[in-house]
Design a protein around this ligand. Structure first.
Ligand SMILES: Cc1cc2nc3c(=O)[nH]c(=O)nc-3n(C[C@H](O)[C@H](O)[C@H](O)COP(=O)(O)OP(=O)(O)OC[C@H]3O[C@@H](n4cnc5c(N)ncnc54)[C@H](O)[C@@H]3O)c2cc1C
Length: 443
């Protein structure tokens, strides 16, 4: 093999991480990219997603920013409110995100983000999707990864590849196998938290001027209370008001670790937010009976490595996070572009050398793991601070909120200027270009 573009790439999972990875490799000129996905189609949940400037930069490079931005909301401010009273604790203006970081902070519909990435992939002849096909196990990680796949309606078969990229999510089969080979077990962590996800259409709220004002705004609102909060923002050309909560998990606590979503009860949802203000209650009341959806929020103990042989983990498979910093999908999509960048730098005379491939994937890990781990920790920390109950710590937090970020720091790390600077100015591909040689030589 004389050209890096001839390396065969297998991607497991067509979530945000898998789609972003496949597209990034195609944009780099790789000619054979096969994506295997258990589901029969993209089937993304009806929920909103925040796309901070660091990922919009990547989406721009992948050629899919335009259709996403066209119907997304460009955030201009955030309002953090006491859930029980609707009193504003902080109002952080963010009018100049695009000027500061080169790209805006967008709020969109998941189906638009996933659909645009998928359309981008479909325009690339190099990418082949295999839906309804699951990775059963990895037979060998090196020198050439060999995997066993199972189509829904057919017998198992094996595929050999040069590089295996596992973006198979929090339940990653690949991660479990990798860790077992390293003599350690896969340990998901119970966060004790779950999330309701709700979408209210304009027609449902047209009668309520207070809700219409929120839908027409460019503001992210967070209502906080003890051990719970709701974050809400407009998406889909200001036609849908998207709400997502974090609250103590009761439904999943006793369920098996394989259970991640459930139909919730409306009465129970009201019970969880019973001490929240009338505005929140009016919104929750609009959710039709039988349509309350609840998600378990799971994370994983820090992994010893993301790379084994010629395989690497991507996205939630290696750095699942609480959603409080809105960086989970962003990090997954960034991972793919960093991988494509580093793999394209494998020296031409080493393309058949499994050790060099593994070393190159390790550069990806060195580039991404410290950064992603910091963000995962920050999200956990931010959740803890947002969910404080009455007491001295909460009084101090609310005092800091009232400073409105004038000190350069806001207790809600998502809205904190110094955290935004660290995350939003990170151009992951540029960093990979600049640091590849030094990191490769260090291994
Ligand atoms: C309530 C909530 C709000 C969030 N808000 C935000 C936000 O605003 N911004 C943000 O950036 N992130 C957010 N996130 C995080 C984000 O959704 C995830 O981090 C991201 O979707 C992970 O993408 P992924 O591709 O790594 O994994 P997944 O989306 O889990 O995709 C994995 C894919 O692999 C497939 N798969 C699994 N196993 C196999 C197998 N054996 N064979 C074949 N296919 C397989 C699955 O079917 C799935 O399609 C939020 C998360 C939650 C829960």
């Amino acid at each position: 093999m004389a050209d890096f573009r001839d390396l065969r790439i297998v991607v497991i999972g067509a979530g945000m991480g898998g789609l972003g990875t496949a597209l990034a490799f195609a944009k780099k000129g790789f000619k054979q990219i096969d994506v295997y996905e258990t589901a029969s189609n993209l089937g993304f949940v009806g929920a909103g997603i925040q796309m901070p400037p660091n990922v919009v930069r990547v989406l721009d490079r992948l050629g899919v920013r335009e259709p996403i931005q066209k119907e997304a909301t460009d955030v201009k401010a955030t309002s953090i409110r006491q859930g029980s009273t609707n009193e504003e604790l902080a109002h952080v203006e963010m009018p100049d995100i695009a000027e500061k970081y080169g790209f805006p902070h967008l709020l969109g519909h998941r189906s638009n983000l996933a659909g645009s990435l998928y359309e981008g992939c479909k325009r690339e002849p190099a990418i082949k999707f295999h839906f309804s096909t699951s990775l059963v196990r990895v037979e060998s990680f090196s020198p050439k990864p060999i995997i066993t796949l199972k189509p829904r309606d057919g017998p198992e078969y094996q595929v050999e590849t040069d590089i295996l990229l596992a973006s198979d999510g929090i339940k990653s089969v690949t991660r479990t196998q990798m860790l077992s080979l390293l003599g350690t077990s896969s340990q998901e962590e119970d966060t004790g938290q779950a999330a309701y996800r709700i979408m209210l259409h304009r027609s449902q709220i047209a009668h309520d001027p207070e809700m219409v004002a929120l839908l027409d705004s460019d503001t992210v609102v967070r209502w906080v209370g003890e051990r719970r909060h709701i974050i809400a923002y407009p998406v889909s050309n200001h036609d849908i008001y998207n709400l997502s909560s974090a609250h103590p998990d009761t439904n999943f606590a006793s369920a098996t670790s394989a259970t991640y979503t459930t139909k919730g009860s409306k009465a129970q949802m009201f019970e969880v937010f019973k001490d929240f203000c009338p505005l929140v209650h009016r919104m929750l009341d609009l959710v039709p009976d039988g349509e309350v959806c609840e998600w378990k929020l799971r994370i994983h103990r820090p992994l010893p490595t993301w790379v084994y042989g010629s395989a690497a983990l991507v996205g939630d498979a290696c750095h699942p996070t609480l959603p409080h910093l809105s960086q989970g999908a962003a990090m997954a999509i960034e991972d793919g572009s960093v991988l494509a960048e580093v793999v394209s730098r494998i020296p031409a005379d080493k393309l058949n050398d499994a050790e060099t491939i593994s070393k190159t994937l390790k550069v990806y890990e060195l580039l991404r793991k410290p950064h992603c781990s910091e963000l995962v920790d920050l999200a956990t920390h931010s959740g803890r601070v947002l969910h404080l109950g009455e007491g001295k710590a909460k009084e101090e937090r609310d005092r800091e909120f009232r400073q409105n970020g004038k000190t350069g720091s806001v207790p809600d790390k998502w809205a904190s200027p110094e955290v935004q600077r660290m995350i939003y100015s990170n151009d992951c591909v540029k960093v990979a270009q600049e640091r590849f040689d030094e990191l490769f030589a260090s291994l």
